[in-house]
Design a protein around this ligand. Structure first.
Ligand SMILES: *[C@@H]1O[C@H](CO)[C@@H](O)[C@H](O)[C@H]1NC(C)=O
Ligand SMILES: *[C@@H]1O[C@H](CO)[C@@H](O)[C@H](O)[C@H]1NC(C)=O
Ligand SMILES: *[C@@H]1O[C@H](CO)[C@@H](O)[C@H](O)[C@H]1NC(C)=O
Ligand SMILES: *[C@@H]1O[C@H](CO)[C@@H](O)[C@H](O)[C@H]1NC(C)=O
Ligand SMILES: *[C@@H]1O[C@H](CO)[C@@H](O)[C@H](O)[C@H]1NC(C)=O
Ligand SMILES: CC(=O)N[C@H]1CO[C@H](CO)[C@@H](O)[C@@H]1O
Ligand SMILES: [Ca+2]
Length: 458
C-alpha cells in the first residue's frame, strides 16, 4: 500500500517537474486575459497581458509562386538525379495526380513515406538564371516563435534569400542570405548565427551552413534560426524568457524583427553539386521542397489569448475592450485613455493596459452645464481625485478642467478633431503623451472605478 502511495507521489512529482519544465517560474504565461478576484470592494476583474498560443502557421497561409507557371509537369518532364545523370526516374506530370508536384505539397502533413513535394521545372534555359519566388502570405501580423525550416528534396540551393514583409507585401527586407560562397554570391562575409551577439542580433547575415557540400542527402534543411537569436537573451536553453520578454517590451526593433505578415523564399540558383554545370543534362537541376515549417502566433498586442481563422482570415479575439485584427485600437466608447500595447512586465502576469470607457459616470455630464455662476462656490465641476476631467485634463479649483491640446469640452471629453471625417489623424501619438507622469499613479484607481461600474452594469 505504502509502495503504491509512493508511486503515486512519484508520479505526481514527475508530473510537477514536467509542468515546471514546461513553464519555468520566470517564464510568463500570458495565456489568460482576465480573472475575477475578491478585493476590499468585492468581486472585481483583474486584467493581465495575454497572447495566443504559438502554433503551426502554415495552415493559415496563402502561397504564390513567381513565375506562376514554374511548377513542373506542364508539359510533363523527366528528371535525373543530381549525383547520377544516368538515374532518371523522377517524372513530373501535372495532369496525373500521382506524378504532379503542386505547391500545396510543401505544407501537407509529412510523416508518410515517400515524401510529397513541390517541384519546379528544370534549368532548361541555362545559362539564364533559374529563379523562383515562393511567397507565403498571412494577411495578418504574426510573431515567429521557432525556427523557419525548409526541407529540400532536391539539393539545397546554391544561392537563396529569405525575405520578410511587415506591410502585407508592399515592401520587403532580407532576413538571411544563403550561399555556397557568400562573398561571390552576395559580396558578404560568411557568418553563422553563433557569431551574433545581443548587440548584433538584428544584423542580416549570409551563411554557408546550409548550402555547402554534395552530401545533401544527409541534411536537406535550410533554417532561419529564431531560437538561437532568442537564446542571446534567454540563455542557451531559453530558461530565462523573462529577460527576453523584458527586451521585447522595451525594444521595438527587436519585437519587429520577429514580426511578419509575409515571407518570401527567393531561390536564385539551384544545387549543381559541382563547380561546373553539365550543359548536356540540365534535367539534373531543379528545386524541390517537401516541407516548410513556420511556427508563430497572431500578434494581438497582448490583448487576446486566442486567434481565429474564419472565412479564410486570421483575427485576434480581442479582450480589454480593444478591437481590430491585431487589437490595435480601443473599441468605440472605450477611448477614455489612449490605446496602448500590453506589457510583458512585470513577469509573469504583465500589464494589460485595458481600454476604459469614455464616461466614468452617467450623472456627471448632464448637469454640469446647468451650474450657474451664483452657486459656483458650492458646485464641484471636477475633482482631481475622481479624475473627472478626462483625457489628461487637470481640474482647476474644482471649477474647470484645463484640457490638454487634443481635447475640448467641459470635461475634456471631446477630441478636437471629432467632427473631421475619418477620425483624428495621429490622435494615438498625440494622446499617448497626454497623461502627465503624476497621473499614472492614479490609473489603478481609475481602473477599479471603471471595473466596478461595469460590474454594476451587469
Ligand atoms: C522575386 O521578388 C523580388 C522582390 O522581393 C523581385 O525583385 C524579383 O523580381 C522576383 N523574382 C522573380 C523571379 O519573380
Ligand atoms: C511561363 O510563361 C512564360 C510566358 O507566359 C513563358 O515565356 C515561359 O516559358 C513559361 N515557363 C515555363 C517553365 O513554362
Ligand atoms: C541526360 O538526360 C537524358 C534525359 O533527358 C538521359 O536519358 C541521359 O541518360 C542523361 N545523361 C547523360 C549523361 O546524357
Ligand atoms: C486581408 O484582410 C483584410 C481584413 O483584415 C481584408 O479586407 C482583405 O480582403 C484581405 N485580403 C486578402 C487578399 O485576403
Ligand atoms: C440635472 O439638473 C436638473 C435641474 O437643473 C434636474 O432636474 C435633473 O434631474 C438633473 N439630472 C441629473 C441626472 O441629476
Ligand atoms: C463592450 C465590451 O467588450 N465591454 C467590455 C469592456 O471590458 C469589460 C472588462 O473587460 C467587460 O466587462 C465588458 O464586457
Ligand atoms: Ca510535403
Amino acid at each position: 500500500m505504502r509502495w503504491l502511495a509512493l508511486l503515486t507521489l512519484q508520479a505526481a512529482w514527475a508530473g510537477l517537474c514536467q509542468a515546471m519544465q514546461h513553464y519555468p517560474s520566470v517564464w510568463g504565461h500570458y495565456d489568460v486575459c482576465k480573472s475575477q478576484v475578491y478585493t476590499d470592494e468585492g468581486l472585481t476583474w483583474d486584467y493581465m497581458a495575454c497572447q495566443p498560443e504559438a502554433t503551426d502557421m502554415t495552415k493559415y497561409l496563402r502561397v504564390t509562386l513567381d513565375p506562376p507557371n514554374i511548377t513542373c509537369g506542364d508539359p510533363p518532364e523527366t528528371y535525373c538525379a543530381l549525383e547520377n545523370p544516368y538515374m532518371c526516374n523522377n517524372e513530373c506530370d501535372a495532369s496525373t495526380e500521382e506524378l504532379a508536384h503542386p505547391p500545396e505539397l510543401m505544407f501537407d502533413f509529412e510523416g508518410r513515406n515517400p515524401t510529397t513535394f513541390w517541384q519546379s521545372s528544370s534549368w532548361k534555359k541555362y545559362p539564364k538564371p533559374l529563379q523562383v519566388n515562393i511567397t507565403l502570405s498571412w494577411n495578418k501580423t504574426i510573431e515567429l516563435t521557432d525556427d523557419i525550416v525548409i526541407t529540400f528534396e532536391s539539393g539545397r540551393p546554391e544561392q537563396m534569400v529569405l525575405e520578410k514583409s511587415l506591410d502585407y507585401g508592399r515592401s520587403w527586407q532580407p532576413y538571411q542570405f544563403y550561399a555556397t560562397d557568400c562573398l561571390d554570391a552576395f559580396i558578404m562575409e560568411p557568418k553563422t548565427v553563433h557569431e551574433l551577439t545581443q548587440q548584433t542580433l538584428l544584423d542580416i547575415i549570409c551563411t554557408e551552413d546550409y548550402s555547402r557540400g554534395y552530401v545533401w542527402k544527409y541534411d536537406k534543411t535550410v533554417r532561419f534560426e529564431i531560437k538561437d537569436r532568442f537564446a542571446l537573451f534567454a540563455g542557451p536553453r531559453l530558461h530565462n524568457m523573462a529577460s527576453l520578454y523584458g527586451q521585447l517590451d522595451t525594444t521595438k526593433n527587436l519585437r519587429d524583427f520577429f514580426t511578419i505578415t509575409d515571407l518570401r523564399i527567393r531561390l536564385l540558383r539551384p544545387a549543381t553539386g559541382a563547380t561546373m554545370v553539365d550543359e548536356y543534362n540540365l534535367s539534373r537541376y531543379f528545386y524541390a521542397i517537401s516541407d516548410i515549417k513556420v511556427q508563430g502566433r497572431c500578434k494581438c498586442n497582448l490583448h487576446a489569448n486566442s486567434c481565429v481563422f474564419d472565412k479564410e482570415k486570421l483575427a485576434c479575439e480581442c479582450e480589454h475592450n480593444t478591437t481590430g485584427p491585431d487589437c490595435s485600437r480601443c473599441k468605440k466608447n472605450y477611448q477614455g485613455r489612449a490605446w496602448s500595447v500590453g506589457s510583458y512586465l512585470p513577469i509573469p502576469k504583465g500589464t494589460a493596459n485595458i481600454c476604459i470607457p469614455n464616461y466614468l459616470g452617467p450623472v456627471i455630464r448632464p448637469n454640469v452645464s446647468s451650474l450657474g455662476v451664483a452657486n459656483r462656490n458650492q458646485a464641484r465641476v471636477c475633482d482631481n481625485l475622481m479624475m473627472r476631467c478626462q483625457n489628461g485634463g487637470v481640474c482647476h479649483n474644482n471649477q474647470r478642467c484645463h484640457c490638454t491640446p487634443g481635447f475640448t469640452g467641459l470635461l475634456c471629453e471631446k477630441p478636437r478633431c471629432e467632427s473631421e471625417a475619418g477620425g483624428c489623424p495621429g490622435a494615438k501619438s498625440g494622446q499617448a503623451a497626454l497623461l502627465p507622469p503624476g497621473r499614472v499613479a492614479q490609473l489603478p484607481l481609475l481602473m477599479t472605478i471603471a471595473a466596478s461600474l461595469l460590474l454594476r452594469a451587469l
